[in-house]
Design a protein around this ligand. Structure first.
Ligand code: KG4
Ligand code: ZN
Length: 338
């Protein structure tokens, strides 16, 4: 039985962004507030879980109030709450879940727990144009995840393959560290790559014939490290732009070929990309052209909806709330996908 749910407050605290958003009618965004902790973690070269939890505690109340203010509503006007329940950092997730429960229960509002990955996969429905058609193959590429899914509708999501070691975003972050570039590595590497030659170095592409829809990026990272060490030891000039361009090309090649392979195998007509790495221009362009040439539809949200946000949580949550998929009073978070 579907219920009438109009206004949904979404809350996201799974990693290092404290975010809240208000969504009306399952598609119209009234506000989308994101407090990023990236500068705090940049000092350490990556996310420090304990600091992340504490920053969420500091920010959550302000962020939620700002989202409600911008939407021009109060908590009483909300028809339901959607909060990220997992996967992610446990200490970060509990801040969002506890806060959402404290908002929902005293006011008798329904509350649903959203899977962060499902939310990423549904993010392109936040866009007014070029919304995907089910079933589609979805590539989720972020700092914590690199996986392919078959998505049949808002509730049925099947894992087809995932990384055996590093996530694609993690590889960008680690290569940035090797090159002495700041965290997070993705945006800075993609910028430098524009000025470099992508065929300057031939870095490995892990194909994994036995499980072709799985990924592996640790060999690529090691190859970059060894190349850089060799150039430095020989006293040669290190053209950082060329390393960035060649590394990015290797990542994009693998992501694009495996995504297309999955689409072909599952006979879907649409491909979706999501997650922080999906804001990479080179990846977006390649997926767009390759899908087009095969007659496949392709959707990727604007970069603001690729990186972590609560709008996608509100959207996925809207459908769950309509179908009465509610959290119990004693619901807990989960750190991993099951
Ligand atoms: O989805 P996200 O904001 O957070 C996680 O859930 O991990 O993704 C962050 C990741 C980082 O590893 C960052 O380096 C990467 O996304 N990233 C990019 C780009 N922008 C962010 N990677 C490649 N190219 C980009 N333009
Ligand atoms: Zn994410």
């Amino acid at each position: 039985m579907t219920k009438k749910i109009d206004i949904v407050l979404g809350i996201e605290t799974s990693c290092d962004e404290t975010a809240a958003a208000v969504l009306k009618g399952g598609e119209r965004l009234l506000s989308n507030v994101i407090a990023s902790q990236v500068e705090v973690h940049a000092e350490y070269g990556g996310v420090v879980p304990e600091i992340a939890s504490r920053k969420h505690v500091e920010a959550i109340d302000l962020v939620v109030k700002e989202a409600l203010d911008q939407a021009g509503i109060g908590l009483r006007d909300v028809d339901g709450l959607a909060v990220t329940q997992g996967p992610g950092l446990v200490g970060s997730l509990v801040v969002g879940l506890s806060y959402a429960k404290a908002c929902a229960f005293p006011l008798n509002k329904p509350i649903t727990g959203v899977n962060h990955i499902h939310a990423h996969l549904m993010a392109c429905f936040l866009e007014e144009e070029n919304r995907p058609e089910f079933p589609f193959v979805g590539l989720v590429v972020s700092g914590g995840h690199t996986s392919l899914y078959r998505v049949d509708d808002f509730f049925h999501v099947e894992l087809l393959g995932s990384t055996r070691d590093d996530a694609a975003g993690e590889a960008f972050d680690k290569v940035a560290k090797i090159l002495g570039l700041p965290y997070p590595g993705g945006p800075v590497i993609s910028k430098l790559a524009q000025k470099g030659r992508s065929d300057a170095f031939s870095f490995p592409r892990a194909r994994l014939p036995e499980t072709p829809l799985d990924f592996s990026f640790s060999g690529l990272k090691t190859a970059v490290l060894q190349t850089v060490q060799k150039i430095r030891a020989a006293g040669q000039e290190l053209v950082v732009e060329d390393i960035c361009a060649s590394f990015q090309e290797a990542v994009v090649d693998v992501l694009v070929s495996k995504t297309l392979e999955a689409a072909l195998e599952h006979k879907v007509k649409w491909v979706v990309a999501a997650g922080g790495v999906a804001s990479n221009e080179s990846l977006r362009k390649r997926l767009m052209t390759e899908c087009k040439s095969r007659g496949l539809g392709f959707s990727v949200p604007r970069p603001i909806f690729c990186t972590d946000n609560a709008a996608m949580v509100a959207l996925a949550g809207h459908h769950q709330l309509m179908n009465d998929m509610l959290l119990s009073d004693d619901a807990d978070v989960y750190s991993r996908l099951f």
